[in-house]
Design a protein around this ligand. Structure first.
Ligand SMILES: [Zn+2]
Length: 639
């Protein structure tokens, strides 16, 4: 691990986004998603499954008050994942065990939005929510409404299945985001009080457990970075080092003997430093790997970093869809075995691609690697964006690469594949996660180390870094052109990623090209023009992926394309694209030559070439699919 390669990302307060593509998405988050989610958290959306998230904080606040006054409080069972009118007392906790996290994700997104769009009304709404959250905190710092409302005696008793450390993680992430964006410390103080309790509770000679849904690890590192409190970093390391040790903590709690490898779902089957293949629940996985990279960097832990490198290589080279989606099986919302990437059964949760972006940026902070920056781009422009409708009003949780609506309705194996986006989910992890990522997108574009400023993503912005002020004027998604107006504060090196999809590029100034980055020596004020030639390309998938043999995907720049029934009629499997299709552009659609096979009525007949007629196939960017009602969609097309 070469410390001189270590970088830091640029904080949101030092980035102002002005981009023809992304500013619209940020506006959608601000104008549609955030107000909608505020109403959803308050159960004000008619016809939507209730969230109960705010209601739980109100209930917990009352209990916390009573406890402070020494009054008796009731006890309800805390033994389920989901509490609803059918299985919970009206005064008890309602919703999923991780419901608090939706409130925190909303607050985090609001913080980021306030950093660039001051809005008094939104700020006072957020502050009111923060006061409510803080009112629920117990005197010892504990803050998870399920256990506060239902049973204080069972706090931290089921770390594997329940989500106290997960909710803490989201609280801390929100608190740091809100503090950095607004300077307000109230939520940060609450997160620190809960963190202090966690540091007192977990460690050598204390509870040697760790959360079943990771995030506390990276969240504690964030708190450490902001507060400088060493215990937070040490506890993050403890949670990682302890994970997967045998006998398993989870078995000890259950009074079970540890016999075989277990707990792959929670990435607790072995110690993280020995994990070399991404397994288990995909979101949990990438959240853990993010925390591992954070800890590896801050401790200079070579062994842990080697594991991180093997994990990200395994994801990128064997377990990732062309869309940047990960977690290919619904069974456990998990990574499957290598090269098992079915299109029509994909899980590919929006949150998992978001987590992959978190992990990838942390890896870039340890060592710049164009392939990893490419992965951020792939996930961002495809699966992450596909998670939200064009009007910002509905969302995908699952992002398949092939959809047949009839199968979604009639085949229970494909019930998780929704052919249209949903307005809100009772289990609503993805929409608020999307909101917090897109509203802080600048933090994923640049890193800087002692002498170099890296541009990993080409999003129009003004950046104030240690080395320079930079204005980036980008029409990257349109024509691959990016202009860098640089006003240096000192002599430095500007490193610009060359996207892996680009065969021809030119820069207005001389540079050294090395490992996927172009390096420019900057001494004086300068304007550098970059042009990355964007071509429509047909992409071949490894023939180890059975689903894609003799098929191709079409890409243009960072975008993966797909075909939809709305443009190409139903039975997309009967379409074939020509080997040399002479692509034409029509707006952001791509038109390709191909043919459509005639339907064969006989279920079986002696083999002969199937008759086909020439057709023009229209492809649209994958992130735009599903915006025209229920219809078939496919990313891969037969050749
Ligand atoms: Zn999700």
């Amino acid at each position: 691990m070469e410390q001189n390669k270590f970088s830091k990302h640029i904080d949101i307060m030092n980035i102002e986004i002005a981009d023809p593509f992304w500013s619209k998405e940020i506006e959608l988050i601000k104008n549609e998603v955030v107000p909608y989610q505020y109403d959803a958290l308050h159960d004000r959306i008619e016809g939507a499954e209730k969230s109960h998230a705010i209601e739980n904080f109100v209930k917990a606040g009352k209990i916390a008050d009573k406890l402070k006054n020494g009054e008796a409080v009731p006890v309800y069972p805390a033994d389920k994942w989901h509490y609803h009118d059918g299985n919970a007392h009206p005064d008890a906790f309602h919703g999923w065990v991780f419901q608090d996290s939706d409130v925190y994700k909303w607050l985090e997104a609001v913080g980021y939005i306030l950093s660039c769009h001051p809005d008094g009304e939104l700020k006072s709404k957020a502050d009111e929510v923060i006061r409510l959250v803080c009112s629920a905190q117990l005197e010892n710092g504990y803050l998870d409404t399920l256990y506060i409302i239902n049973n204080r005696d069972e706090i931290f008793s089921n770390l594997k299945d329940f989500h106290e450390l997960y909710c803490f993680g989201h609280l801390a992430e929100a608190a740091v985001g809100y503090y950095k964006s607004t300077g307000d410390k109230m939520l940060l103080d609450a997160a620190c009080r809960f963190a202090d309790l966690i540091c007192q509770t977990f460690g050598e000679d204390k509870i040697k457990g760790y959360g079943g849904h990771e995030i506390a690890e990276m969240a504690l590192v964030k708190l450490y970075d902001v507060t400088g409190k060493r215990e937070y970093l040490d506890t993050a390391k403890f949670l990682i080092d302890e994970r997967g040790k045998k006998p398993y903590y989870y078995d000890i709690v259950l009074g079970k003997e540890t016999v075989d490898d277990n707990y792959h779902y929670n990435q607790a089957h072995c110690q993280p430093k020995n994990q070399h293949e991404a397994v288990g629940h995909a979101v949990r996985g990438v959240y853990l790997y993010s925390g591992m990279a954070d800890v590896a960097k801050r401790f200079g832990d070579e062994e842990l970093y080697t594991a991180c490198k093997k994990l990200i290589d395994n994801i990128i080279n064997q377990k990732m869809y062309i869309t940047g989606g990960i977690g290919s099986t619904v069974d456990g919302e998990a990574f499957s075995f290598n090269y098992d990437l079915p299109n029509d059964l994909a899980y590919s949760e929006t949150c998992a691609s978001i987590g992959l972006i978190f992990f990838a940026r942390r890896m870039l902070e340890i060592e710049p690697d164009a392939k990893i920056a490419d992965t951020i781009e792939r996930a961002l422009y495809n699966t992450v964006l596909s998670g939200m409708a064009q009007d910002g009003k509905s969302f995908f949780y699952v992002n398949p690469l092939e959809v047949l609506p009839e199968a979604s309705h009639k085949d229970s194996r494909k019930r998780h594949i929704r052919p249209v986006r949903q307005k809100w989910f009772g289990c609503a992890c993805c929409p608020p996660n999307l909101a917090r990522l897109i509203s802080s997108i600048g933090e994923y574009c640049f890193t800087e180390n002692e002498n170099t400023f890296f541009v990993h993503q080409f999003i129009g912005s003004k950046v104030n870094s240690d080395k320079a002020t930079l204005e980036i004027i980008s029409s990257y998604t349109d024509n691959g052109k990016v202009k860098f107006k640089i006003n240096p504060k000192e002599k430095f090196i500007l490193a610009v990623r060359i996207p892996s999809w680009c065969d021809n590029y030119k820069f207005s100034h001389s540079c050294e090209v090395k490992d996927g980055y172009a390096y420019f020596e900057i001494e004086n004020e300068v304007v550098i023009d970059a042009e990355f030639e964007i071509k429509v390309k047909m992409i071949k998938c490894s023939n180890k992926v059975r689903a894609n043999v003799d098929k191709a995907a079409v890409t243009r720049g960072p975008f993966v394309y797909c075909i939809e029934q709305a443009d190409n009629d139903k039975n997309l499997q009967m379409l074939k694209i020509s080997k040399n299709p002479e692509f034409e552009l029509d707006g952001d659609s791509v038109i390709a030559k191909g043919c459509r096979e005639k339907e064969i009525d006989d279920l079986y007949s002696e083999w002969s070439e199937t008759e086909a007629e020439e057709v023009k196939i229209r492809l649209i960017p994958y992130y735009k699919w599903g915006n025209r009602g229920e219809n078939e969609m496919s990313v891969y097309i037969r050749i």
